[in-house]
Design a binder for this molecule. Sequence first.
Ligand code: ZN
Length: 114
Amino acid sequence: MPNRQLYDRIEKLTKQTLLQLHELEQISLELQKVIEENHNLIMENHHLKDRLDAMNSSTHISNQVVEKKERSQSVINLENIYNQGFHICNLYYGKRRENDENCMFCTEILFGEH
Ligand SMILES: [Zn+2]
């Protein structure tokens, strides 16, 4: 191979190598960005999980309060009987409510303060 051709080949290879080096730098920068983004997302995710946990535990507490306020099963059973059209009050217990009309004694048992 003549010297001239060898020189041209070296020059061509040098250009290509420089181009590849430049490309490598670009990719390296992109990778750095992706790693940074990934880190930020991990932190954000962690932060959101913490907030979700905090919300869940406060929801859990308010659920417990609601459960305490919920009426007992026996009252619910009485309500079912009442809704089927029967008295549950002491006065008329077990008797049919005429035309499903409301009875204030029954409703007092169901909805009054206990
Ligand atoms: Zn009644």
